[in-house]
Design a protein around this ligand. Structure first.
Ligand code: ZN
Ligand code: ZN
Length: 769
């Protein structure tokens, strides 16, 4: 029987080659009709045999017919009247039916088909470093404005040759409407320059060969990629890596590395099956992998951590370079200390002249700088630590549509921001720490760029409670918008809820460094009953004093002294602990001053920060006294934690009537000091301390369940980037009958705050406006 059906397909279905795929399936089944992008997704009208239409619906959602980058959220078919048509199937242009929802997709690693063509001597794109197709290549990083058409990208300056144009306009071709399509005759070109920008080699093959020679000779080369420049150096050459550290003014933070195959990575790190899938995914992120003993990787690539950050080649240029006998490269974002990633040629030459010995550049402009994304595995599931290239601007979908467009400002550290429009939450890429003036400037520009790209007109703004945050001050001073201030840790838990399509309430367990509390204290280790509409603080780590608030996140002596003083009370005498404090802060005068601050309560703030407790305990274990980069000390402590230790220290639960439950670590601190004094192995102490924190959080969750009957626990906060703690707590919670949710799609650190803020504002905005 002949039928006509209208099929609405939603999800990530635009800009991923969906319409040509629909065309291919429909014509192969002898169906007539149309396909078009519209504001909801893709709409297909099909006419023909009912059984064939049913077959279409199955095939369009399954491999191998479904385009590799498409993610289908729903596919609904309704009957419409049969019409007299010409029996053909046609693709309608997008602009005929209103502007599509989000046309801009993420930058995607080079696909297998393109790699095969690049390696094929007969192909006209043989050895071409910018080969791409509908299934791969740059997107978000090259778009200036919408609609996503070539003239609105940085490819506008390159006029397609006849061969490329023929593929671009052929609906059956893999490059149909692939905006960055190009070849050696018509597209971007590379060149190698010296450190002053003078071209030394402009021929593609020779420039790549010479770059490889420089790298193998231990030189530092700035290489322009998809989202910005990398600084590359031979990862097996200790002197070269050490020189890069000195020149980049990055003394300690681990460097990411790149290899051209998983097999190569396996020589240096343990790669589980899930990790292998992640490395090979179209997003091609950096994956943190347990180090292999005796790997020849230069020691200074990643000191004080037990993982290597590895990614596979993801741009054609990377593959061409690695084909020249390169083993493993350090590929670190090209910036100076914490400034934004450099993506413009002129700026690279200006800022990196003293860092790089040579530049491998190209003339395809990068419009948006996008860092590499970083993930690790928790409970063998991929979890994002930094969300950027490959993941942004893919929206996170909400069950309900937002009645107002919302802007969420995020947090000041590890900033991302987020827009809510209809049922989409669109998070920005990792922006950075807003206290840096360059980063703040980049933040302001990025907000405007994304706002235009997604045509959002926010009438509601969400921001943090912290009165000192630049992001908060900016939101509060914006005219004609409703501002919703969201407590930091509530936003953390809300980010987990919205990721899992829940509204709550759930038991929220937060393990974090710092977040401004509703009582003006700095919260950090929290148990809350939270939904997207409200939260209640159920319990927390008992407050301790933090002397010299803004310095306290770097200098471990500050929380260490405070926790010792609290644990020993009147018996605490500075001299008695000299032996311990000297290893944390060699300057005894400074320790004395901080001690006096604590005694008098001057310049001190009350806190339940768990991050600072980790700093202090790591310092007590002799792992250093200073965080040169975020969480350096806690990461060092996690790295040495002994396996198979079940012991823990004592905690004291305090349940004052009518107040939130609290737990105290005083006895824990005394027992740790005793263990240190008795020369117990630091790895054992580390494991026992992690186990103690896990136990305390389990106790809070259990108490909360007894009172509320809730059994779902959401974990969030920066300290949950600690794999030992998160794996252990997850296991313990599950053994005790809880369901456990954690962040997967956005980081559990402050990079996920904007998503939670946005979700809460979407819920509250209609009520408040
Ligand atoms: Zn491709
Ligand atoms: Zn061409």
């Amino acid at each position: 029987m002949i039928k006509r059906k209208k099929i609405l397909i939603t999800g990530q279905v635009q800009g991923v080659g969906f319409r040509p795929a629909v065309h291919a399936i429909a014509t192969s089944l002898g169906l007539s009709g149309t396909v078009r992008n519209d504001t909801k997704g893709v709409t297909v009208e099909l006419q023909g045999e009912q059984a064939k239409i049913a077959e279409f619906v199955v095939r369009v959602q399954s491999d191998p017919d479904k385009p590799p980058l498409a993610k289908i959220k729903s596919c609904r078919a309704v009957d419409v009247p049969v019409i007299a048509d010409d029996g053909k199937f046609t693709i309608e242009t997008s602009d005929s039916q209103g502007a599509p929802l989000s046309q801009v997709t993420a930058d995607i690693a080079t696909c297998r088909d393109c790699l095969a063509e690049m390696g094929d001597q007969e192909d006209f794109r043989h050895g071409y470093p910018f080969i791409n197709c509908t299934n791969c290549g740059p997107r978000y990083s090259i778009v200036r404005r919408i609609p996503y058409d070539r003239p609105n990208t940085t490819m506008a300056v390159f006029e397609m040759c006849d061969k490329c144009a023929a593929e671009y306009t052929d609906v059956t071709n893999r490059r149909f409407h692939a905006q960055p399509v190009a070849c050696a005759a018509c597209g971007p070109k590379i060149r190698l320059t010296d450190s002053k920008g003078k071209t030394v080699e402009a021929r593609t093959d020779e420039a790549i060969a010479e770059t490889a020679n420089l790298l193998l000779a231990g030189k530092i080369v700035a290489i322009k990629g998809i989202g910005g420049f990398h600084l590359a150096v031979d990862a097996l050459n200790e002197r070269a890596v050490a020189r890069l550290r000195r020149r980049k003014k990055r003394d300690h933070k681990p460097f990411a590395m790149m290899a051209d195959s998983v097999e190569k990575i396996k020589e240096h790190a343990m790669v589980s099956q899930s990790a292998e899938q992640l490395l090979n995914s179209p997003q091609s992120p950096i994956v943190l992998l347990p180090k292999r003993m005796n790997s020849p990787i230069a020691p200074s690539v990643a000191e004080g951590v037990d993982t290597y950050g590895f990614m596979l080649c993801y741009a054609p240029l990377h593959y061409l370079l690695f084909a020249r006998d390169i083993e493993v490269l350090v590929m670190t974002s090209a910036n100076i200390s914490d400034e934004p990633l450099i993506c413009k040629n002129e700026l690279a030459l200006e800022r990196l002249a003293d860092v790089a010995d040579a530049f491998l550049m190209h003339d395809r402009e990068i419009h948006r700088q996008v860092d590499d994304s970083t993930l690790h595995l928790i409970d063998d599931k991929p979890v994002l630590l930094r969300r950027a290239r490959g993941y942004v601007p893919t929206p996170i979908f909400m069950e309900e549509e937002s009645r107002e467009d919302v802007f969420a400002a995020g947090a000041d550290l590890k900033n991302t921001f987020c827009f809510a429009r209809k049922n989409q939450l669109i998070c920005s890429e990792h922006i950075g720490d807003l206290e840096d003036a360059e980063v703040y400037h980049h933040y302001i520009e990025s907000i405007e760029h994304l706002r235009r790209l997604f045509e959002v007109e926010p009438k509601v703004m969400a921001c943090d409670l912290h009165p000192g945050y630049l992001s908060t001050r900016r939101a509060l001073s914006t005219p004609n918008v409703k501002v919703v201030q969201v407590q930091h840790h509530w936003a953390h838990i809300a980010s987990v809820l919205v990721e899992h399509g829940l509204v709550g309430p759930v038991i929220g367990l937060v393990a974090d460094g710092t977040g401004y509390g509703t009582d003006g204290a700095i919260w950090g280790c929290e148990c809350m009953i939270a939904s997207l509409e409200e939260f209640e603080r159920f319990g927390h780590l008992d407050y301790y004093l933090l002397p010299g608030a803004d310095k306290a996140s770097k200098e471990a002596v500050r929380p260490a002294l405070s926790l010792l003083k609290r644990a020993y009370g009147d018996k605490f005498a500075l001299r008695k602990f000299d032996w311990l404090l000297e290893r944390i802060e060699p300057d005894a005068n400074k320790t004395q001053i901080i001690f006096e601050q604590l005694e008098k309560g001057v310049n001190c703030i009350e806190t339940s920060s768990l991050g600072r407790v980790f700093d202090a305990v790591a310092a007590l274990l002799g792992l250093g006294g200073y965080n040169h980069f975020d969480a350096q000390l806690p990461m060092a402590m996690e790295a040495i934690a002994a396996a198979d230790v079940e012991d823990r220290y004592e905690i004291e639960m305090l349940s004052p009537p009518g107040e939130p439950r609290r737990f105290s670590l005083d006895e824990t601190v005394r027992q740790i000091v005793a263990d240190v004094q008795n020369h117990v192995d630091a790895g054992i102490i580390s494991a026992k301390f992690h186990n103690t924190v896990s136990q305390a959080m389990l106790a809070l969750a259990s108490a909360c369940r007894s009172e509320t009957g809730l059994t779902v626990v959401a974990l969030s906060g920066g300290v949950f980037c600690n794999r030992y703690l998160t794996n252990r707590l997850t296991k313990q919670l599950k053994q005790n009958g809880f369901s456990v949710l954690f962040n997967r799609n956005v980081p559990s650190n402050d990079g996920g705050i904007s998503l939670g803020q946005a979700a809460i504002a979407v819920k509250l905005a209609p009520v408040q406006v």
